[in-house]
Design a protein around this ligand. Structure first.
Ligand SMILES: [Zn+2]
Length: 392
């Protein structure tokens, strides 16, 4: 028995994701989509030319590396690529404030605006670098064009690897994010009359996106992330379930530092499928941050590419039209491998063995299993019934 088979057997003691029944409506949808539509990767070489600074963990060059890797393994060619679209001020205003946009525009020349600190700019996390506004516009334009292709039915899946900058706030840069491309893309989808499920598997809580739709029952946000007591941004507790009409539609599952494939996948399979099935979204938007992988320099989770691939595979099996976004990931080699795997899965292509991590049989402690089981129970008792009511 190869090590991979052994690993799958090991995981099967804890999780059953592969056999999780997908509800009939989504299965039918999947069958209708068997004729694969033109799936796209949003990419331009311009993305890799920006720099947050030589010692900053966020490295736009990882996007170029991902594209190179995809080419090297023959997973992508020119006809799969689409460039980010233009972004209008009106679209930015769906989430951001006018004065913040103006300050960010001024910061594009790399000169620190006078009131920068008020807007979260110029400090360690969110430096004002040359082209900071252009870079941010490209990430938003990428997610908007992805949303456009998916909403119109031209593509089943569009993957914007530069997107997923989920921390940006209406009038403040935060956590390496200046403009919140997921929130803006979801606003676009709402305007097209779509109901959207946003699933965020980045190591950090998807706070900016959650905030954008905290009172909005047409958007279900689910974020699985490292316990906020140990990691930025320090939010995302299970009790934070949304407000008003949106109560129940914000779902948060913290996991302890050191979480590996078993515990993360256990949470995923217990939470994501039942909520998605209850909500029945028209469009799936996923934030596929890979700072969850073992060896990431700024988080404390220990997933392998196997765990990541399993979740991407589940998204693919739902057959729900899908806007896939990038996100965190600060070990650039891991990022390139994982997103290349993600793209292969989105296109039902075989994943090259060389891209995969060595599996790691990491047993979660009984205490950690009990903790996440408690959280899952809480969400199923308190949030899931509100989503099931379907009073949108
Ligand atoms: Zn992150």
């Amino acid at each position: 028995m190869g090590y991979m088979d052994r690993y799958i057997k090991f995981l099967a003691r804890y999780i059953k994701l592969d056999s999780y029944p997908v509800c009939c409506s989504t299965r039918e949808r999947r069958m209708r989509q068997d004729l694969r539509k033109h799936n796209l990767l949003v990419y331009t070489d311009r993305l890799g030319s920006f720099s947050y600074g030589y010692d900053h963990p966020m490295r736009p060059a990882r996007l170029r590396l991902t594209h190179e890797r995809l080419k090297r393994y023959g997973l992508v060619d020119e006809k799969n690529l689409v460039e980010p679209g233009e972004v209008t001020e009106k679209e930015l205003l769906w989430f951001h404030t006018e004065d913040y946009i103006e300050v960010l525009r001024k910061a594009d020349s790399a000169i620190l605006p006078e009131d920068a600190a008020r807007y979260g700019l110029g400090m360690g996390d969110n430096p004002v670098f040359k082209g900071v506004f252009q870079w941010s516009l490209l990430t938003v334009g990428g997610s908007l064009i992805a949303a456009e292709f998916v909403a119109s039915g031209k593509s089943d899946v569009v993957f914007n690897i530069s997107g997923g900058l989920h921390h940006a706030m209406p009038s403040r840069a935060s956590g390496f994010c200046y403009l919140n491309d997921p929130a803006i893309a979801i606003h676009y989808l709402l305007r097209k009359g779509k109901r959207v499920a946003y699933v965020d598997i980045d190591a950090h809580h998807g706070d900016g996106v959650e905030r954008a739709f905290y009172r909005e029952p047409r958007v279900l946000t689910i974020s699985i992330h490292e316990d906020p007591r140990y990691l930025f941004p320090g939010t995302g507790l299970p009790q934070d379930m949304g407000e008003g009409a949106g109560r129940g539609f914000s779902v948060n599952v913290p996991v302890p530092p050191g979480t590996g494939d078993v515990l993360f996948l256990k949470v995923f399979e217990e939470v994501v499928p039942p909520f998605i099935e209850a909500f029945e979204p028209d469009i799936l938007v996923t934030q596929l941050g890979v700072d969850t992988l073992r060896g990431d320099p700024i988080t404390h989770l220990e997933l392998t590419t196997y765990g990541f691939e399993t979740m991407v595979r589940w998204f693919r099996t739902t057959g729900i039209p899908w806007v896939a976004l990038g996100g965190g990931g600060y070990n650039v080699e891991h990022v390139a491998n994982a997103w290349a795997i993600g793209w292969a899965v989105m296109n039902d292509m075989e994943v090259p063995q060389e891209l995969k991590d060595e599996p790691m049989e990491k047993e979660p402690s009984r205490r950690h299993i009990e903790e996440v089981e408690k959280t899952v129970r809480f969400l199923k008792e308190n949030a899931l019934p509100l989503v099931k009511k379907k009073e949108w």
